[in-house]
Ligand binder design. Sequence first.
Ligand code: GLN
Ligand code: ZN
Length: 719
Amino acid sequence: MKTYAYGFPRLGQNREYKRIIENYWKKNIGEEEMLHRIQSLDEERLAKYETYVDLFPVGEMTLYCNMLDTAIMIGLYTKGDYKDYFELCRGKKALKLTKWFNTNYHYLVPDFRGFSPNDFKLCWNKPREELERHKKGIPYLIGPFTFLKLSTGIPKEKFGDYLLAISDVYKEIVEEFSKVHIDEPAFVLDISQEEVKIIKEAYKNIGGRLYLFTYYEAVDFLKEIYNLPLLGIGLDFVAGKENLRYIEKHGFPSDKELIAGVVNGRNVWRTVQRDVKELIEHLYKFTDKVIISNSSPLYHLPVTIKGEDMKEELLKRLAFAEERLSELRLIAEKSFSEEFGIDNFGIDEEVRERVRSLTEENFERDKPYHIRREVQKKFLSLPLFPTTTIGSFPQTNEIRKKRRDFEKGRIKKEEYDSFIKEKIKDLIEFEEKSGLDVLVHGEFERSDMVEFFAKKLQGVATTKNGWIISYGTRAYRPPIIYGDIKRKEPMTVKEISYAQSLTQKPVKAILTGPVTIIAWSFTREDIPVKEVAYQIALSLYNEVCDLEKKGIRIIQIDEPAFRERAPIKKRNWDRYFEWAIKSFRLASRAKPETQIHTHMCYSKFAEIIDKILMMDFDVISIEASRNRGALIGCFKDKCFDRGIGPGIWDVHSPLVPSVCDMKRVVEKAMEFIPKKSLWINPDCGLKTRDWKEVVPAIGNMVKAAKEIRDELKFLSTDR
Ligand code: GLN
Ligand code: ZN
């Protein structure tokens, strides 16, 4: 049995990738040096494949994003020099970043406005260059359908023209190679008959000798793929169980290889030998051309578990990217030996009992919204257009350094704690002086909004070096939810109640919601995700009660991953949203007078607006700098009666918006949303911004609110 692996992380075991490229940005190293080092990093990466598997792609390495590289290859952007390249990634003309499928990996979105199907042209033969350099591996390409489907600016009715036109360029590329690796994850989306038709046409045109990979889910139109001219078809048998059902029913074409994704590319639990053996034996009933592979690209996993010092019990159950390669080899050699199932590990009966005994009441607040609104109005006495922020303030180098010092044991806990207290105090002073209405404590003590909570919860482990790329050179360390979850002690009360003790104004407590904690962690697969979500929700609920006891009147539960975690196929949405919504309600069952906020960002909300409304929060703040009109419009259609703060300042840009800019957004929002419901706030947290932008922008924001209030005094106030 042959093995085939792909998507091995480009980051390097010690985030070398990040260091090399960022050092180039900082002008610490020159272009040649940067390229040279990236190439040797890639050699090391390819060597991993060579050590363990028979087949693998070459050319997956990129200096920032493979979607951008593809766009350059086919002539959408000019290659230029490296400065031009990074300008497209992070300069003033930078392309938008968006989440890649239902993952927390982001890609740059190619924009086809002003580009016609006649403009496609092979401008950069990246696969040829890469193969020439490495001399081994199968040239790698993002498939034309996935590439165009994830791009923007192509008129819907013209999609077929673009796909056919680009397929000529692909034909030209693949012709010269004896084999080509082509990724088409977009085949697992909800695909229309019309699209299937043009996919078939495009692939007939491309011809060549392709290994075509699909992943993250099952493909609905496999039969049509069976008839394409391909060497092999890669299918995900971990997330896409329906692929197996399909093969059982319709068989598998005898002229193609089945590249069976049997080891998980998206989660960290060791493959269970018994299960994988059964699966492979089963597949052999339908074809004898089986190659085994990972179920999805391995870059969703950290590089290796080597060097981690978690408890042995947990460590022996884990496999990161390199361990997946080794699993493939062991499976192929039939030499899989030791086995550690994860069942019976990390169980806490008390926690399970608490979830079992939940009743419908636990998901309902005591009073309906229209009553809460009146109670809160009295309790909080906020002005019209209350101003606030999303929670975090700049995480300066000074703060990061202190945290590192503390983690490395270079300074004592007391010193770190009092440093954080100092920062909180300064911030409260600043917020008061600025005239904000609802203050926050600034989240200075948090490394990351998920990791921070993970460290405080039973049943969740964090890694030392388990980095994965989120986008470009940016990496984060997803925690590992390995057992039943419980709060060990209050998680945020100390800092937030300290902040509240410094001011008469309400301080808004910030928590991270269950869906986001789950989405940005690795989770157990044998415990239903709903159970995990309720366990987290109950821990947060305890926190909410403790905050209330300390006099906190407003609590925000962030759910930026609420949309991202939704399944790829809409037919699976209901089951997801049921637990997603209920876990929020469970966590946020505060007293009627406590105002519950939530925050979401960077997703398309219009299509899930009904679901969002079912969360029963009192106020939502939402990213709105992209396509503001459509977003706010959809709230109007729903007679939205909750408080809403459509972000009026795009915090992912260093520009400081003027009072006028900000007022314009509020005025636009007022066309759709009753004045009494509007809040004024930035788009998202300010942790990546600089104080020199934050100070004037907050000033302008408060001023905008004041001017709008003043102007309204002259007009009638009821709408
Ligand atoms: N409260 C978080 C912050 O301000 C929210 C971050 C997010 O939405 N991703 O940083
Ligand atoms: Zn946000």
